[in-house]
Design a protein around this ligand. Structure first.
Ligand SMILES: C[S@@+](CC[C@H](N)C(=O)[O-])C[C@H]1O[C@@H](n2cnc3c(N)ncnc32)[C@H](O)[C@@H]1O
Length: 270
């Protein structure tokens, strides 16, 4: 089903939610897309987040300051100090949009996670665990042109945190391993590769499936992987993205085929 054009527009416009409930308040913001419990805001998350309240699962996958080209809205090559000051602001602003029992999955780079963790704890997050996303088709490491790492990066750490006491009381009673093996999106895969830092759907589905959420918040939505995974699992989610072309891509992804029983079984979701 094509997304309803009446709900597309820049954040800040007058609200028309096409009859679908706007999650988390939303204030006077106009969603870019709002259907079946999935809401996309096009705009700067610092402007949108103050209007959102009560999310109880945060997926935080911001630019890692690794020099990627996301678009005019992002400088991903900031001086280190400036980047971590910005990251602190992200943590503080996001915190205010969350329910008291919220849980968070915070992505960062192999190096960045050592800075991100103490900053998250000083914001108030309690540490539960570090998960590892293992993507066997990872980055190249040491070459003549790239002497930054001797070993190829096949993993990314994910800080698993709680806004409460460091316990996930909502976790399902099941066995899930802390290393999550899912290949990185490639253009020749069925889900395709439509974003420079796209996370695989299978990874987000596994994270989100671990507990029920009232609604999930992804302030750096990119191509909408979190939202697509939420939709597949019948959960509600809000995504915010500064680049309109990614909002467009994410809205299109909401129309694609839902999760098949075969894939759900393969991923241990059933
Ligand atoms: C690491 S990517 C997220 C990728 C996403 N998880 C996916 O699977 O496609 C970060 C995204 O944040 C967006 N972004 C950067 N600054 C932003 C801001 N202030 N507000 C909202 N989005 C922002 C970038 O355009 C980029 O698409």
């Amino acid at each position: 089903m094509a997304p309803d054009d009446s709900v597309r527009g820049a954040a800040g416009g007058a609200g028309d939610s096409a009859g679908d409930m706007v999650l988390g308040g939303g204030g006077g913001l106009k969603p870019y897309f709002n259907q079946d419990g999935i809401t996309i805001y096009h705009g700067d998350c610092f402007d949108v987040l103050p209007e959102i309240h009560g999310a109880d699962l945060l997926i935080l996958d911001p630019p890692f300051n690794l020099g990627k080209s996301y678009g005019d809205g992002t400088d991903d090559n900031k001086p280190e100090d400036e980047y971590w000051t910005w990251y602190c602001e992200v943590l503080k602003t996001t915190w205010e949009s969350l329910a008291d029992d919220a849980l968070g999955y915070l992505f960062h780079s192999d190096k960045g996670v050592y800075e991100a963790k103490p900053l998250a704890l000083s914001t108030g997050w309690a540490y539960i665990q570090t998960l590892i996303w293992y993507g066997p088709n990872g980055f190249r490491g040491y070459t003549a042109a790239n002497k930054s790492a001797a070993w190829s990066y096949l993993h990314e750490p994910i800080l698993y945190l709680s806004k409460g006491n460091g316990v996930d009381a909502r976790a399902k009673p099941a066995w899930f391993g802390s290393v999550i093996p899912v290949p990185r999106p490639q253009s020749n895969f069925r889900e395709g590769r439509v974003h420079v830092a796209q996370k695989p759907l299978g990874l987000l589905r596994r994270l989100i499936n671990f507990q029920e959420a009232t609604f999930i918040l992804d302030p750096f939505m990119g191509s909408g992987t979190t939202l697509r995974a939420a939709k597949d699992l019948g959960q509600k989610a809000i995504g915010i993205e500064i680049e309109e072309r990614y909002c467009e891509i994410a809205a299109k992804r909401m129309e694609q085929q839902v999760l098949t029983p075969e894939v759900a079984t393969q991923e241990g979701l059933l």
